[in-house]
Design a binder for this molecule. Sequence first.
Ligand code: NDP
Length: 247
Amino acid sequence: MNLKDKVVIITGASSGIGRATALKLAQDGAKVVISARRKEKLEELKKEISDKGGTALVVEADVTKRDDIKNLVKQTKDTFGVCDVLVNNAGIMPLSYMKNMHVDEWLKMVDVNINGVLYCLAEVLPDMVERKSGHIINISSVAGREVMPGSAVYSATKFAVRALSDGLRKELSPGHNIRITCIEPGAVETELTESITDEELMDDFKNKMGDLDFLDSDDIAKAIYYAVTQGDNVHVNELQIRPVSQG
Ligand code: NDP
Protein backbone atom coordinates (compact mmCIF):
# COMPACT_ATOMS: atom_id res chain seq x y z
CA MET A 1 0.00 0.00 0.00
CA ASN A 2 1.21 3.48 -0.84
CA LEU A 3 1.00 5.71 2.24
CA LYS A 4 0.59 8.90 0.22
CA ASP A 5 -2.33 10.82 1.74
CA LYS A 6 -3.36 7.93 4.00
CA VAL A 7 -4.63 9.27 7.33
CA VAL A 8 -3.01 7.65 10.37
CA ILE A 9 -3.95 8.30 14.00
CA ILE A 10 -1.11 7.55 16.43
CA THR A 11 -1.76 7.59 20.18
CA GLY A 12 1.18 8.13 22.52
CA ALA A 13 3.00 10.09 19.82
CA SER A 14 4.76 12.49 22.19
CA SER A 15 7.72 10.15 22.78
CA GLY A 16 9.36 6.81 22.04
CA ILE A 17 7.78 4.39 19.59
CA GLY A 18 4.77 6.61 18.78
CA ARG A 19 6.97 9.56 17.95
CA ALA A 20 9.30 7.48 15.74
CA THR A 21 6.29 5.96 13.96
CA ALA A 22 4.80 9.37 13.22
CA LEU A 23 8.09 10.54 11.69
CA LYS A 24 8.51 7.37 9.64
CA LEU A 25 4.97 7.29 8.22
CA ALA A 26 4.86 11.05 7.57
CA GLN A 27 8.15 10.79 5.68
CA ASP A 28 6.38 8.41 3.28
CA GLY A 29 3.46 10.79 2.68
CA ALA A 30 0.96 9.75 5.37
CA LYS A 31 -1.06 12.50 7.06
CA VAL A 32 -0.41 11.76 10.70
CA VAL A 33 -2.70 12.70 13.57
CA ILE A 34 -0.39 12.82 16.57
CA SER A 35 -2.00 12.50 19.97
CA ALA A 36 -0.95 12.31 23.64
CA ARG A 37 -1.32 14.45 26.79
CA ARG A 38 1.88 16.54 26.46
CA LYS A 39 0.85 19.05 23.83
CA GLU A 40 4.17 20.90 23.74
CA LYS A 41 5.99 17.68 22.73
CA LEU A 42 3.40 17.09 20.01
CA GLU A 43 3.85 20.65 18.69
CA GLU A 44 7.63 20.08 18.51
CA LEU A 45 7.03 16.86 16.59
CA LYS A 46 4.57 18.57 14.24
CA LYS A 47 7.21 21.19 13.46
CA GLU A 48 9.81 18.51 12.76
CA ILE A 49 7.39 16.74 10.40
CA SER A 50 6.37 19.99 8.67
CA ASP A 51 10.01 21.06 8.25
CA LYS A 52 10.59 17.80 6.35
CA GLY A 53 7.60 18.48 4.10
CA GLY A 54 5.09 16.25 5.88
CA THR A 55 1.59 16.86 7.26
CA ALA A 56 0.62 16.45 10.91
CA LEU A 57 -2.38 17.37 13.04
CA VAL A 58 -1.93 17.70 16.80
CA VAL A 59 -4.80 16.55 19.04
CA GLU A 60 -4.24 16.57 22.78
CA ALA A 61 -6.01 13.57 24.33
CA ASP A 62 -5.87 11.30 27.36
CA VAL A 63 -6.76 7.79 26.19
CA THR A 64 -8.51 7.07 29.51
CA LYS A 65 -11.06 9.81 28.78
CA ARG A 66 -13.65 8.67 26.30
CA ASP A 67 -14.66 12.22 25.38
CA ASP A 68 -11.04 13.04 24.50
CA ILE A 69 -10.96 10.08 22.12
CA LYS A 70 -14.31 11.02 20.57
CA ASN A 71 -12.81 14.47 19.97
CA LEU A 72 -9.59 12.95 18.56
CA VAL A 73 -11.49 11.02 15.91
CA LYS A 74 -13.91 13.89 15.22
CA GLN A 75 -11.03 16.32 14.64
CA THR A 76 -9.36 13.77 12.37
CA LYS A 77 -12.51 13.42 10.27
CA ASP A 78 -13.22 17.18 10.24
CA THR A 79 -9.68 17.84 9.00
CA PHE A 80 -8.92 14.88 6.73
CA GLY A 81 -12.34 13.21 6.19
CA VAL A 82 -11.34 9.71 7.24
CA CYS A 83 -9.11 7.53 9.43
CA ASP A 84 -7.34 4.87 7.35
CA VAL A 85 -4.99 3.53 10.03
CA LEU A 86 -5.12 3.63 13.83
CA VAL A 87 -1.94 2.93 15.81
CA ASN A 88 -2.98 2.05 19.36
CA ASN A 89 0.38 2.81 20.93
CA ALA A 90 -0.17 4.82 24.15
CA GLY A 91 0.84 2.74 27.14
CA ILE A 92 2.41 2.79 30.59
CA MET A 93 4.52 0.22 32.44
CA PRO A 94 4.79 0.89 36.19
CA LEU A 95 6.07 -2.62 36.92
CA SER A 96 5.84 -3.77 40.55
CA TYR A 97 5.82 -6.91 42.66
CA MET A 98 2.23 -7.89 43.51
CA LYS A 99 3.14 -8.25 47.21
CA ASN A 100 4.09 -4.55 47.29
CA MET A 101 0.49 -3.60 46.56
CA HIS A 102 0.83 -0.77 44.05
CA VAL A 103 -2.91 -1.09 43.52
CA ASP A 104 -3.45 2.36 42.03
CA GLU A 105 -0.79 1.59 39.43
CA TRP A 106 -2.44 -1.76 38.59
CA LEU A 107 -5.70 0.04 37.89
CA LYS A 108 -4.04 2.86 35.95
CA MET A 109 -2.33 0.30 33.69
CA VAL A 110 -5.65 -1.39 32.98
CA ASP A 111 -7.18 1.99 32.23
CA VAL A 112 -4.48 3.21 29.83
CA ASN A 113 -3.36 -0.07 28.23
CA ILE A 114 -6.77 -1.75 27.83
CA ASN A 115 -9.56 0.82 28.17
CA GLY A 116 -7.55 3.33 26.12
CA VAL A 117 -7.35 0.82 23.27
CA LEU A 118 -11.07 0.04 23.53
CA TYR A 119 -12.08 3.72 23.45
CA CYS A 120 -10.04 4.25 20.28
CA LEU A 121 -11.47 1.13 18.64
CA ALA A 122 -15.00 2.25 19.49
CA GLU A 123 -14.52 5.52 17.62
CA VAL A 124 -12.79 4.29 14.44
CA LEU A 125 -14.36 0.89 13.79
CA PRO A 126 -17.89 1.96 12.73
CA ASP A 127 -16.54 3.93 9.73
CA MET A 128 -14.02 1.23 8.85
CA VAL A 129 -16.74 -1.43 8.88
CA GLU A 130 -18.99 0.74 6.71
CA ARG A 131 -16.19 1.52 4.24
CA LYS A 132 -14.89 -2.08 4.32
CA SER A 133 -11.39 -0.70 4.66
CA GLY A 134 -8.96 0.10 7.44
CA HIS A 135 -5.95 -1.05 9.42
CA ILE A 136 -5.57 -1.25 13.20
CA ILE A 137 -2.07 -1.57 14.66
CA ASN A 138 -2.09 -2.62 18.32
CA ILE A 139 1.13 -2.36 20.32
CA SER A 140 1.38 -5.32 22.67
CA SER A 141 4.77 -6.58 23.92
CA VAL A 142 6.85 -9.68 24.44
CA ALA A 143 5.30 -9.27 27.91
CA GLY A 144 2.04 -10.15 26.15
CA ARG A 145 3.45 -13.65 25.68
CA GLU A 146 5.61 -14.20 28.77
CA VAL A 147 5.06 -13.18 32.38
CA MET A 148 8.04 -12.28 34.57
CA PRO A 149 8.08 -11.57 38.31
CA GLY A 150 6.95 -7.95 38.58
CA SER A 151 5.18 -7.90 35.22
CA ALA A 152 1.93 -9.66 36.16
CA VAL A 153 -0.44 -6.72 35.68
CA TYR A 154 1.48 -5.16 32.77
CA SER A 155 1.56 -8.58 31.09
CA ALA A 156 -2.15 -9.03 31.75
CA THR A 157 -2.84 -5.79 29.87
CA LYS A 158 -0.58 -6.80 26.98
CA PHE A 159 -2.08 -10.33 26.83
CA ALA A 160 -5.42 -8.51 26.57
CA VAL A 161 -4.17 -6.39 23.66
CA ARG A 162 -3.09 -9.57 21.87
CA ALA A 163 -6.44 -11.25 22.57
CA LEU A 164 -8.28 -8.19 21.25
CA SER A 165 -6.13 -8.23 18.12
CA ASP A 166 -6.90 -11.91 17.50
CA GLY A 167 -10.62 -11.42 18.05
CA LEU A 168 -10.78 -8.35 15.83
CA ARG A 169 -8.94 -10.15 13.05
CA LYS A 170 -11.26 -13.16 13.16
CA GLU A 171 -14.36 -10.95 13.10
CA LEU A 172 -13.33 -8.14 10.81
CA SER A 173 -10.79 -9.34 8.27
CA PRO A 174 -12.82 -11.78 6.20
CA GLY A 175 -15.91 -10.00 4.94
CA HIS A 176 -15.00 -6.52 6.19
CA ASN A 177 -11.50 -6.17 4.72
CA ILE A 178 -10.08 -4.65 7.91
CA ARG A 179 -6.50 -5.56 8.78
CA ILE A 180 -5.28 -5.95 12.35
CA THR A 181 -1.61 -6.12 13.24
CA CYS A 182 -0.28 -6.87 16.70
CA ILE A 183 3.25 -5.57 17.28
CA GLU A 184 5.20 -7.19 20.11
CA PRO A 185 8.40 -5.31 20.92
CA GLY A 186 11.12 -6.51 23.24
CA ALA A 187 13.29 -4.01 25.11
CA VAL A 188 13.29 -0.57 23.45
CA GLU A 189 15.10 2.49 24.84
CA THR A 190 12.26 4.94 25.65
CA GLU A 191 10.72 6.79 28.61
CA LEU A 192 8.58 3.74 29.47
CA THR A 193 10.44 2.64 32.60
CA GLU A 194 10.23 6.13 34.14
CA SER A 195 6.84 5.30 35.66
CA ILE A 196 8.27 2.48 37.83
CA THR A 197 8.02 3.44 41.53
CA ASP A 198 8.61 0.02 43.17
CA GLU A 199 12.22 0.43 44.34
CA GLU A 200 12.69 -3.28 45.11
CA LEU A 201 11.62 -4.16 41.58
CA MET A 202 13.69 -1.36 40.05
CA ASP A 203 16.89 -2.72 41.63
CA ASP A 204 16.18 -6.21 40.24
CA PHE A 205 15.11 -4.76 36.87
CA LYS A 206 18.36 -2.80 36.47
CA ASN A 207 20.39 -5.94 37.25
CA LYS A 208 18.38 -8.00 34.79
CA MET A 209 18.29 -5.51 31.93
CA GLY A 210 21.73 -3.95 32.47
CA ASP A 211 23.53 -5.98 29.80
CA LEU A 212 20.87 -5.59 27.14
CA ASP A 213 21.60 -3.69 23.97
CA PHE A 214 18.16 -2.04 23.71
CA LEU A 215 16.44 -1.42 20.38
CA ASP A 216 15.73 2.12 19.16
CA SER A 217 12.14 3.31 18.71
CA ASP A 218 12.89 3.52 15.00
CA ASP A 219 13.40 -0.27 14.89
CA ILE A 220 9.75 -0.67 15.89
CA ALA A 221 8.60 2.15 13.58
CA LYS A 222 10.14 0.21 10.69
CA ALA A 223 8.12 -2.88 11.65
CA ILE A 224 4.92 -0.80 11.73
CA TYR A 225 5.84 0.71 8.36
CA TYR A 226 6.31 -2.78 6.95
CA ALA A 227 2.89 -3.88 8.21
CA VAL A 228 1.02 -0.89 6.76
CA THR A 229 2.70 -0.90 3.35
CA GLN A 230 1.99 -4.45 2.23
CA GLY A 231 -0.18 -5.23 -0.77
CA ASP A 232 -3.98 -5.23 -0.56
CA ASN A 233 -4.19 -9.00 -0.09
CA VAL A 234 -1.41 -9.25 2.49
CA HIS A 235 -2.31 -9.27 6.16
CA VAL A 236 0.57 -9.04 8.64
CA ASN A 237 -0.98 -10.47 11.80
CA GLU A 238 1.84 -10.30 14.34
CA LEU A 239 5.42 -9.09 14.50
CA GLN A 240 7.71 -9.74 17.45
CA ILE A 241 10.94 -7.72 17.48
CA ARG A 242 13.63 -8.10 20.16
CA PRO A 243 17.22 -6.99 20.56
CA VAL A 244 19.60 -9.80 19.64
CA SER A 245 20.90 -9.73 23.23
CA GLN A 246 17.41 -10.37 24.70
CA GLY A 247 16.67 -14.09 25.06
P1 NDP B 1 7.04 6.07 26.13
O1 NDP B 1 6.87 6.22 27.59
O2 NDP B 1 8.21 6.73 25.47
O3 NDP B 1 5.73 6.50 25.35
C1 NDP B 1 4.45 6.27 25.89
C2 NDP B 1 3.49 7.20 25.21
O4 NDP B 1 2.17 6.96 25.75
C3 NDP B 1 3.81 8.67 25.46
O5 NDP B 1 3.67 9.38 24.26
C4 NDP B 1 2.75 9.12 26.45
O6 NDP B 1 2.41 10.48 26.19
C5 NDP B 1 1.59 8.20 26.08
N1 NDP B 1 0.62 8.05 27.16
C6 NDP B 1 0.81 7.56 28.40
N2 NDP B 1 -0.33 7.64 29.11
C7 NDP B 1 -1.26 8.21 28.29
C8 NDP B 1 -2.60 8.57 28.44
N3 NDP B 1 -3.27 8.37 29.60
N4 NDP B 1 -3.25 9.13 27.39
C9 NDP B 1 -2.60 9.35 26.23
N5 NDP B 1 -1.31 9.03 26.02
C10 NDP B 1 -0.65 8.47 27.06
O7 NDP B 1 7.11 4.48 25.89
P2 NDP B 1 7.18 3.57 24.57
O8 NDP B 1 7.33 4.35 23.36
O9 NDP B 1 8.16 2.52 24.90
O10 NDP B 1 5.74 2.90 24.63
C11 NDP B 1 4.84 2.82 23.53
C12 NDP B 1 4.12 1.49 23.59
O11 NDP B 1 5.06 0.43 23.36
C13 NDP B 1 3.43 1.20 24.92
O12 NDP B 1 2.17 0.63 24.67
C14 NDP B 1 4.36 0.16 25.54
O13 NDP B 1 3.67 -0.67 26.44
C15 NDP B 1 4.84 -0.59 24.32
N6 NDP B 1 6.07 -1.35 24.49
C16 NDP B 1 7.25 -0.72 24.80
C17 NDP B 1 8.40 -1.47 24.99
C18 NDP B 1 9.70 -0.86 25.40
O14 NDP B 1 10.64 -1.60 25.74
N7 NDP B 1 9.84 0.47 25.38
C19 NDP B 1 8.39 -2.94 24.84
C20 NDP B 1 7.11 -3.47 24.48
C21 NDP B 1 6.01 -2.70 24.31
P3 NDP B 1 1.97 11.58 27.27
O15 NDP B 1 2.70 11.32 28.53
O16 NDP B 1 2.36 12.87 26.59
O17 NDP B 1 0.48 11.43 27.37
